[in-house]
Design a protein around this ligand. Structure first.
Ligand code: SAM
Length: 293
């Protein structure tokens, strides 16, 4: 049967009927094509418990509710919560919660559902990074996250070494999860159209950390320091960000680079996630005091 868009309420009409307007301060650019929403929903595990970030007028909530066992729909805008409650009133599997997704207690929600779990959302772009941090810190409580982000942001998340987009965000996100870009959505797919294009990303948190806790702490500092001065060599970036005994630290980093088979003049942009992990292991082995980097 042909797809009939007239069965799906348009966000513009839903808002107009209530004399509401999209609120810029909440990053409100609503998906207009239900087929795009369905494609996004298909990326979450069937029968999962899903926490949706920013339900809006429910364009994505509807296909999520059809695919998932249950949906907690977070929405910061009270007026939109009223819209969502009315729309999903007859569906007990959908809970609309007037909450800030940045401070929501995801762990308690996920633990209370003994099901595969997913976070999904057409994210309000102004809070992408802190939201991503909240998602990544859930670790093995979460099976997958499917999020729409600004296209440039997606490029940074999935960048390869030696490209301009490759940076600490790429390394951190790939350390905590496996990432894939699912598809792109142009600005015309939203009401109102944003100034930027968007991409849908699927993240699968790693069930096992790649490094031991002590090494991980040093890895996080190392990556931050290494990309703190992109144009410097890795050794000079590390030294620039440290307060310890410089000559000793220089020697330790030089030795760790040699042991890892990396050049003494290498820059951060050349190092893969595996290189950074191996370098952190070598540094820990050489007992670099963590305050030193
Ligand atoms: N999911 C809907 C769609 O695709 O049409 C709306 C997406 S719109 C880009 C982002 C939604 O997130 C808006 O409804 C906005 O009110 C909501 N929002 C913004 N900041 C939020 C926050 N901190 N916590 C929860 N929801 C938020």
């Amino acid at each position: 049967m042909a797809f009939d868009q007239s069965h799906y309420p348009s966000p513009k009409n839903v808002l107009a009927a209530r004399r509401l307007h999209p609120r810029k301060r909440f990053g409100q650019n609503f998906l207009t094509d239900p087929r795009v929403a369905m494609r996004i929903a298909q990326l979450v595990p069937a029968g999962a418990h899903v926490i949706e970030i920013g339900g809006g007028t429910g364009t994505l909530t509807a296909p999520l509710a059809a695919r998932a066992a249950s949906v907690t729909c977070l929405e910061i805008d009270r007026d939109l919560c009223a819209v969502l409650r009315e729309r999903f009133d007859a569906m007990p599997a959908v809970t609309v919660d007037n909450q800030d997704a940045l401070t929501y207690d995801y762990a308690t929600d996920l633990r209370s559902h003994r099901l595969p779990s997913a976070v999904c959302g057409n994210l309000p772009y102004y809070i992408t990074t802190p939201l991503l941090e909240r998602i990544l810190e859930l670790g093995d409580l979460l099976d997958c996250a499917v999020i729409m982000v600004q296209r440039e942001y997606a490029q940074r998340l999935t960048a390869k070494p030696m490209t301009a987009d490759y940076g600490s965000l790429t390394v951190f996100a790939n350390y905590f999860s496996e990432l894939e870009k699912a598809f792109d959505v142009g600005a015309a797919g939203f009401y109102p159209p944003p100034l930027v294009a968007s991409s849908v990303i699927r993240l699968t948190p790693r069930k096992q950390r790649l490094l031991m806790p002590e090494t991980e702490a040093l890895f996080l500092k190392l990556v931050r320091a290494a990309f703190g001065h992109r144009r410097k060599t890795l050794i000079n970036s590390v030294l620039a960000g440290s307060r310890g005994e410089m000559a000793e630290l220089r020697k330790t980093v030089q030795d760790a680079l040699s042991a890892t088979g990396l050049s003494q003049t290498v820059r951060a942009e050349r190092l893969s996630l595996t290189d950074f992990c191996r370098l952190a292991e070598e540094l820990v082995r050489r007992r670099v005091a963590q305050g030193g980097i």
